[in-house]
Write a protein that binds this ligand. Structure first.
Ligand code: PSU
Ligand code: MN
Length: 313
């Protein structure tokens, strides 16, 4: 039984559930976790709030319940309401929280947006098995010198969740990221494709060993993992954009080269890298990459909703 805060089971995790999510958990309905970093730090205002709402409606249209995750006043929230979403989209003072930051942010009473790492960790604790995002973090270019590898990777290695994404962000070293995913034991399947998508572009130039071709087949894989009980971390479902919807690959490569040069010139490092490069893309392509980024997220939200419904049935 859930208590009034929607907490169930013997472990009373200190999580505040939105009303719709609390009901869905009680009734065993399909739920899709959504991250808030793409809203607070990945997409520019004012589009970010509109997109955040569109992502939620896209999930609802599949019959699943959206649970956007974030932190407000040091409290973890699963299923932000519209006021909370609006606040995270518009406030300047929103921290970017990875999994390791959650307890420190709670102790400091801050407002924060959760990355893929933090969102998947919290979703798993909340019993939510499917998560939609744009592109995963991974191994940054020149990581052999900077050691900059997103905590998304190690967190996915130990978190049982299915993540629908368009691969990893194309600003990364994709080949190195795929190697790390293999080492870390993260399962990777292309959706209706054996090519690993390149986020803004359809094809990253890399192959994957497996494809899953329908929401039902993804649900079969989720159930098989549960039946086998062998453990392991996440299942990544890499959903490529149709080629006619991708960012022109030449424009992509030129914009990335400029962005990397500007980043080096301005000395941007660490957790500032991803927001800097995404913002560079959005301004340098006069919104073309933003439109593509939004399509990516909405397509992933739709697929994640269908998977969650298939897995709940
Ligand atoms: N995907 C997007 N936009 C984003 C991100 C992913 O389409 O802004 C965010 C995610 O929250 C991801 C984070 O976890 O970027 C990775 O940041 P870093 O490389 O600093 O770990
Ligand atoms: Mn990093």
């Amino acid at each position: 039984m859930a208590d009034s805060a929607g907490r169930t089971g013997p472990l009373h995790h200190d999580i505040q559930y939105g009303a719709e999510v609390a009901d869905a958990r009680r009734d065993g309905r399909a739920i899709v976790a959504l991250e808030s970093t793409i809203i607070a730090h990945g997409l520019p205002r004012p589009d970010n709030l509109r997109v955040a709402r569109d992502i939620e409606s896209t999930v609802r249209a599949t019959g699943a319940v959206p649970a956007t995750i974030g932190m407000l006043g040091g409290r973890l929230v699963v299923g932000l309401d519209d006021d909370q979403l609006t606040y995270l989209a518009n406030s300047e003072a929103v921290a970017k929280l990875s999994a390791r930051d959650l307890a420190l942010a709670a102790a400091n009473g801050v407002d924060g947006a959760t990355t893929v790492a933090a969102t998947s960790a919290v979703a798993a604790v909340a019993g939510i098995g499917v998560f939609a995002t744009g592109g995963l973090g991974g191994v940054h270019r020149e990581a052999e010198r900077t050691f900059d590898e997103s905590a998304d990777l190690v967190t996915l290695a130990r978190t049982p969740i299915t993540v629908v994404c368009a691969g990893v962000k194309s600003i990364l070293d994709v080949a190195a990221t795929l190697e790390r995913l293999e080492t870390l034991g993260v399962a990777v399947a292309g959706y209706r494709s054996r090519r690993f998508p390149g986020f803004f572009v359809t094809d990253s130039g890399h192959e994957v060993d497996w494809s899953l071709d329908s929401p039902e087949q993804v649900a079969d894989a989720i159930r098989a993992r549960r039946r086998h009980g062998v453990g392991g971390g996440a299942l990544v479902v890499a959903n490529p954009l149709p080629t006619e919807e991708q960012l022109d690959p030449q424009l992509h490569d030129a914009t990335l080269a400029d962005g990397l040069a500007a980043m080096a010139a301005q000395g941007v490092t660490g957790k500032g890298v991803t927001p800097f490069l995404l913002a560079h893309f959005h301004s340098a392509t006069a919104g073309a990459s933003l439109a593509v980024n939004i399509r990516i997220i909405l397509r992933n939200a739709d697929l994640a909703g269908r998977i969650a419904v298939a897995a709940a049935g």
